[in-house]
Ligand binder design. Structure first.
Ligand code: KG4
Ligand code: ZN
Length: 337
């Protein structure tokens, strides 16, 4: 039996989890800073770093207590070291180093994006490799070819905004709260996804890729009545808010599904993993599953709690890295990219 403590602090969640043998979740604690960043409509790095500092040890204590284990029962401590906000990463890494040093435990450095992809495999009965993975969150929108838990290659990424960021910005235009994804998606249920024909980006050279800034601008111009010189109306004055939400969501989902299925075809792969906060989106889950199935592809998503930032995915991937001997000492450093 191998027990790992996972620690995650790359953005606006302070999370710790205890996982047995890379699969069995003994505890998962996530402290979200959403309320602290909400007044600013996005994550403020200085606020994030200070909040992690206050919460990291209480969150670790709770994760150990919930799992009914002590530090001496652990085989290693897995911690996110990249990519993310550097001040936030350093808080988690410093805590992990202190705990590891106090018990002579190995540290396992984990790449946040690889952990998101790994999260989509932890609840499956069999390993899905090789496969295509779409990582879609507030900071990332990328496609990978995944050979194993420890080997993935970037196929394509966004030229500008991440899909989650586009959700957050459109939510702001529509007078919805932060984070915008869940709010836009709730309002979209009341609207017609075909009411407004928003643009879908396609790479000119026929290659794979994403871009959401044109879509965001199209939403803004639509709200201004088609004339960019008009002022942006206040949210209460927008008569077709639900149609805008539904048509915008449909445009994002179309782009994500279209490019992911193309990537799978291009790579000759039959399995698709979707991970990251936007993977919570119901329309994306339904359309990826249905349009994939129509082409003989199988799509898998983590449970919603493991789509958004969490430490279960860090401990889970940490277990694979530990087995491969990929540990580190106290000289370990964090990296924003
Ligand atoms: O993975 P995550 O928790 O943090 C990052 O690493 O970015 O993703 C957060 C993002 C936010 O932009 C949020 O608006 C989006 O995921 N999101 C959603 C949904 N739930 C969360 N986007 C669309 N539909 C959802 N249901
Ligand atoms: Zn993330």
């Amino acid at each position: 039996m191998t027990l790992l403590l996972g620690l995650e602090s790359s953005c606006d969640e302070t999370a710790a989890a205890v996982v047995r043998d890379g699969r069995v979740v003994l505890s998962s604690v996530v402290h979200s800073q959403i309320a602290e960043h909400a007044p600013y409509g996005g994550v403020v790095p200085e606020i994030a770093g200070r909040s992690h500092l206050r919460k990291v040890l209480p969150v670790v204590d709770r994760a150990l207590a919930d799992a009914g284990v002590g530090l001496d029962d652990l085989a290693a401590i897995a911690v996110t070291v990249r990519p993310g906000l550097i001040g936030s990463l350093l808080v988690g890494l410093s805590a992990a180093k202190g705990l590891a040093f106090s018990r002579g435990l190995p540290l396992v450095p984990v790449h946040h994006i690889e952990a998101h992809v790994h999260a989509a495999t932890m609840e499956l009965d069999e390993a899905p490799y090789p496969c295509v993975a779409l990582v879609v969150s507030g900071g990332h929108t990328s496609l990978y070819r995944v050979e194993s838990a420890l080997e993935m290659h970037l196929l394509a990424t966004t030229l500008d905004d991440a899909a989650g960021e586009a959700f957050d910005k459109v939510a702001w235009l529509l007078g919805l709260g932060y984070p915008g994804g869940p709010a836009v998606s709730r309002l979209a249920l009341e609207g017609d996804p075909r009411a407004i024909e928003f643009p879908r980006y396609r790479a000119k050279d026929g290659g794979l890729g994403f871009s959401f800034s044109g879509l965001k601008t199209a939403v803004l111009y639509h709200l201004r009545g088609g004339d960019p010189r008009n002022p942006t109306p206040p949210a209460e004055a927008i008569a077709d808010r639900a149609d805008v939400a539904a048509s915008f969501e449909q445009a994002v989902v179309d782009a994500l599904v279209h490019e992911t299925l193309r990537a799978a075809e291009q790579e000759g792969l039959e399995r698709v993993l979707v991970a990251g906060g936007v993977a919570c989106n119901r329309r994306l889950r339904e359309e990826m599953t249905a349009r994939g199935a129509a082409r003989g592809l199988r799509a898998a998503f983590p449970s919603p709690a493991y789509c958004t930032d969490n430490a279960v995915m860090i401990a889970g991937l940490g277990h694979e890295l530990l087995r491969a001997g990929r540990t580190a000492g106290l000289e370990l450093d964090a990296c924003p990219r």
